[in-house]
Design a protein around this ligand. Structure first.
Ligand code: FUB
Length: 347
């Protein structure tokens, strides 16, 4: 994950061309998972800091320590920071790297789901509980049994079922779970164990949540992402294959699984008829932003649909110092989604 070459970018011009501005400027935030709870928008982002870690392709420089919850009365309103909602020091099983979180609401309780590296160097996904959407959240003592990798996203279906989608390549360690058990060999190269060329690409995972929202109700299973012929996307198809940042939304009865392509920096989507998939590739939602990572969520507010995303323009291109943003998205009559250019036009 190289540091961006920022010399050629005129950041003043970029700010003017940007379709949206950072929602929060007093700190760096990323990976915004947005939900509407009781008519108000709550955003659960990563809280980016510069912890002085060296850049590497495993994302060691993403050394975040806590989470803040941000709320907004509407997508155009001011964003309010509700302070620290959970700190790594209060999570018994987690050592470091509090990466992209998500949240869910059920029966008056709020659940914050978050990935972190344990003391064994392995990413797991934890859950913390609160009576308020803004926390503070009290973590469970152990990570969710059977969880692995990063970037949890929890979707509530219309029948009241909840499903978690998760996984991420390279530093997110998904490739190290190819055999069903963690492959812990050295050296810790981001590409070791990744499929190549015409092999099927790695797939994200998903599982239904238990009634109490604290466990998987079933063994996690792979989320199949297919091309137009019904074949799995290939590892060499870097412009379309899954990398990280799972999200699921439902529009007019169709399930939209969206994700980042990582090293090609797109946010793409695929559609299906069931929360379990399979999903067929549909196109791009967001073209590359300034910064290496791209990570988003999609949520409906008062009948309109919004993409929450991030870029590194406020930090003038620093990969791990990002800022959350929001832009409206459009589902066309045929169900496809218009592509947004973060610094220009829609197609
Ligand atoms: O914020 C840390 C990591 O960067 C996230 O978990 C990934 O999705 C990427 O945005």
């Amino acid at each position: 994950m190289p540091e961006d070459p920022i010399d050629h970018i005129d950041f003043d011009e970029l700010r003017e061309k940007a379709i949206s501005q950072p929602l929060v400027k007093h700190m760096y935030t990323a990976d915004p998972s947005a939900h509407v709870f009781h008519g108000k928008i709550y955003i659960y982002p990563s809280h980016d800091i510069d912890a002085g870690e060296a850049f590497d392709d495993l994302g060691s420089h993403f050394a975040m320590e806590d989470y803040h919850v941000i709320s907004m009365e509407s997508p155009l309103a001011d964003a309010v920071d509700h302070g620290v909602a959970l700190h790594v020091d209060h999570v018994p099983w987690a050592q470091k790297q509090m990466w992209a979180p998500d949240a869910a609401h059920k029966n008056g309780k709020y659940y914050l789901y978050f990935p972190a590296k344990g003391y064994d160097g392995i990413f797991r996904i934890g859950v913390a509980i609160s009576d308020s959407p803004t926390g503070p959240f009290v973590p469970e003592k152990e990570a969710i049994k059977g969880s692995f990798s990063i970037d949890p996203a929890v979707f509530e279906d219309e029948d009241g079922s909840y499903y978690m989608y998760f996984g991420g390549l390279w530093g997110g360690q998904l490739q190290r779970w190819r055999t069903g058990r963690f492959i812990a060999d050295e050296p810790d190269s981001p590409l070791a164990h990744c499929p190549v060329k015409k092999e099927p690409a790695l797939l994200p995972f998903m599982a239904k949540m238990s009634e109490d929202m604290l466990e998987f109700a079933e063994e996690p299973r792979a989320v199949r992402i297919l091309d137009e012929k019904g074949d799995l996307l290939l590892a060499e198809d870097n412009d379309r294959r899954f990398f990280e940042a799972s999200w699921l939304h439902k529009y007019k009865g169709t399930y939209y699984f969206s994700y980042s392509t990582g090293d090609t920096h797109y946010i793409c989507y695929a559609t299906g008829e069931s929360p379990y998939g399979p999903f067929t590739y549909g196109g791009r939602i967001l073209n590359p932003v300034v910064g290496w990572t791209s990570h988003h969520s999609i949520c409906e507010f008062e009948g309109n649909w919004y993409l929450f995303y991030h870029d590194s323009s406020l930090s003038k291109g620093v990969t791990h110092l990002r800022s959350i943003k929001v832009a409206e998205i459009t589902h066309r009559p045929d169900g496809s989604i218009e592509t947004i250019d973060p610094y220009g036009k829609r197609t």
